[in-house]
Design a protein around this ligand. Sequence first.
Ligand code: CTP
Length: 406
Amino acid sequence: MAEILLGVTGGIAAYKSLDVLRMLQRHGHGVSVVMTHTAERFVGAASFAALSRREVGTTMFGDDDQPGYHHLDVNDGMDLMLVAPASANSIAQMASGMATNLLTSCYLAFRGPVVVAPAMNTSMWLHPATQRNIESLRAFGVHIIEPESGLLADGATGPGRLAEPTVIVDAVESVLRGVSHHGDLAGKQVLISAGGTREPIDAVRFVGNRSSGRMAWALAAAAHDRGAEVTVVQANVDLPREQGITYLDAPTAAEMREVCRAQFPGTDMLIMCAAVADYRPVDQRAGKLDKSAADSLTVQMERTTDILAELSALRDEQVLVGFAAEHGPEGLERARAKRVRKAVDMVVHNDAAVDGAAFEGPDNIITIIGPGDAELALPRMRKRQCADAILDAVLPLVSGGAPVTA
Ligand code: CTP
């Protein structure tokens, strides 16, 4: 169980941090709290002290009013820092490396993983300065828990509401799991395809699909946290990129095939998460199709190469994982058949018809099929948790150990 430093900054959502604290304790973690003076105007330090049964840090100066290294003492022994709620002002200070109070000093001196859950009104959240600061924190490796959309304290509706305590605690748990797995993929080269390819019809139109790239992004982050050298071959993903991960662009099936083939020989593990088009228009028309030319349009399509099957035939020692986003109850059987047909070690099945397992959402419901007859059906989880479960299952194969058990 971990020691967590909970930073509380000023905002109406500060009262929700009491719930977060209690939930973290219920998960068996020890929690120490630091607060800004503005946070104290919303919730008293005494409430946090009573629940945490620990002294609450509010000032850089000790009881004797001597400036010291209080922030270093506070950080001592802490496994993870969580800032919830994080105000626009505290985020700006953290992004620019300012250390004007105990909380921001703790952040600057903190060596472990940091999770930040912003909360503010919609205009402040959407302001380019805040968005830039969030990107800076992401680039520092901070895990951001996106605020939710809803009715805010100022009566407006929009993004900015603090994520629910359960979502915050889930995120903390998955980051902690990443830390506890730390290094188990060290020295391994992991290649992950992401997003959905777009096959051009003319200069402006394409045949595409709804894959957002979130599952692949979660896999890349999880593999990176576990020490792997991660390369993401991405098709049309519009998500923030993480420092330390290599991203290669491959917007069409043909480009994805080319990039994956080029990367494959030096790879220990390929996770083919991208939704690659099965068909593409035979000819890409020059310029833009003119609709006045005809009342109907036939676009002739041809099959693309199955990249996963092709690389499986070329493989040396590489471990191969495929995805199968199926629709309906027979999907699991189709996914099992896909694993055999494509001769891969593992196929991750999800049923896109089930609520909670959709393309764009934060969650997935997966069944990990293989190797052999092994199967692992998992409940609805955050994509990051799914990613860690997939890596846990595949790890024995990469290390040459025992296969996954159901
Ligand atoms: N895939 C691939 N190249 C393609 C199509 C799919 O590498 N041209 C990979 C996907 O990235 C995924 C797996 O194959 O890992 C399964 O994709 P899917 O489209 O579900 O499988 P298909 O073999 O195309 O089967 P279906 O007939 O269901 O479309």
